[in-house]
Design a protein around this ligand. Structure first.
Ligand code: NAP
Length: 313
């Protein structure tokens, strides 16, 4: 009996935690499942300047810790368990995890998105060995080293700026000759002495024996390849790809409707095409993927789950 809930929320980023808060406040017996760490992408962010009411120096991890505590205070149960399979058909939904099986009347899918990979040789092998997708987590390792940031969007430029606090030089490598990032962010980057730009370029290969030692760039205008080698006194350097995200939705493939990119299709009430199954946050088709929109989705999904359950009884 103890594994039966009213609502199971899969994912503990801002969408999942906001769902947990609203569902538990509505007195629903609520389980929030998280895979390994609470928080999703936002915990990889050093500064959360655009969440209304954010206090100065608010970090991703501190915001998430407050959200998680708030959900728990209202009675939401949080468990660390990896979802292996899920049965969303019928009135009782079953979530099969590494450590057991849980059932619920309603499910909220809030597993978010993951950093997109460059897809070049060496990237996966050297992840954690010079290649990182989290500046907040790993910037410190590159104190006084050189760093390359790949991408030209808000994430790439903001994270590159953060990395300049540690690295001696940060080069943004972008496939075009113009950044996508907001103009206000660009201005700060262009004014930063430690920042350089490599335009019209992509990464062809990352090389190294157990640690990043060199990177091969391709100039898209000339087709020319060039290889940057670690300075011999350093022996290595950092590579931080920030080239967008892909939804973490493989577990729900063929179970709920998705678009061609793997994002879950919902209506304005966060309802998927399956009765009693809702989606919230970055995992769903939407125009703006931010903490504020994830949290709002979470609140709506929980309120709709409550209505759905009320109507079942
Ligand atoms: P994004 O806006 O999709 O930008 C991705 C960047 O990576 C683009 O510059 C893109 O180049 C480049 N790119 C994509 N695929 C690539 C590939 N295979 N090889 C090389 N480069 C590639 O992603 P994001 O910066 O992660 O931002 C995601 C969302 O979060 C956006 O809506 C953004 O506004 C938001 N965000 C907001 C803030 C903020 O407001 N403070 C901070 C972070 C993120 P092209 O430009 O040529 O397409």
């Amino acid at each position: 009996m103890e594994n039966n809930y009213d609502v199971i929320i899969i994912g503990a980023g801002p969408a999942g935690l906001a769902s947990g808060l609203y569902a538990s406040r509505a007195k629903l017996n609520t389980l929030i499942l998280e895979k390994d760490k609470t928080g999703g992408q936002i915990v990889t962010t050093d500064e959360v300047a655009n969440y209304p009411g954010s206090i100065e120096d608010a970090t991703g991890p501190s915001l998430i810790a407050r959200m998680a505590n708030q959900a728990e205070e209202f009675g939401a149960i949080r468990k660390k368990d990896a979802v292996l399979d899920i049965d969303l058909e019928g009135k009782v939904k079953t979530v099969k995890c590494q450590n057991g099986e849980y059932t619920a009347k309603a499910v909220i899918l809030a597993t978010g998105a993951n950093p997109r990979k460059i897809g070049c040789p060496g990237e996966i092998e050297l992840t954690g060995k010079g290649v990182s997708y989290c500046a907040t987590c790993d910037a410190d390792f590159f104190t006084d080293f050189e760093v390359f940031v790949i991408g030209g969007g808000d994430s790439a430029v903001e994270e590159a700026m953060y990395l300049t606090k540690f690295a001696r030089k940060v080069t943004i490598v972008h496939r075009r000759d113009e950044l996508r990032a907001a103009k206000s962010i660009q201005e700060k980057a262009f004014a930063n002495d430690k920042m350089e730009f490599l335009w019209d370029s992509t990464v062809e290969e990352i090389k190294g024996d157990g640690i990043v030692e060199s990177i091969v760039f391709k100039n898209l205008k000339t087709g020319e390849l060039s290889e940057y080698q670690a300075h011999e006194d350093d022996g290595t350097f950092g590579i931080f790809p920030f080239i967008g995200f892909t939804p973490t939705s493989h577990l729900f493939k063929d179970k709920v409707q998705m678009d061609e990119g793997g994002y879950i299709v919902t209506d304005d009430n966060m309802k998927t095409n399956v009765e009693g199954v809702f989606a919230a946050g970055d995992i769903r088709v939407k125009s703006l993927r931010q903490v504020i929109t994830a949290a709002a989705d979470g609140a709506i999904a929980a309120v709709q789950a409550e209505k759905y359950i009320d109507n079942m009884n």
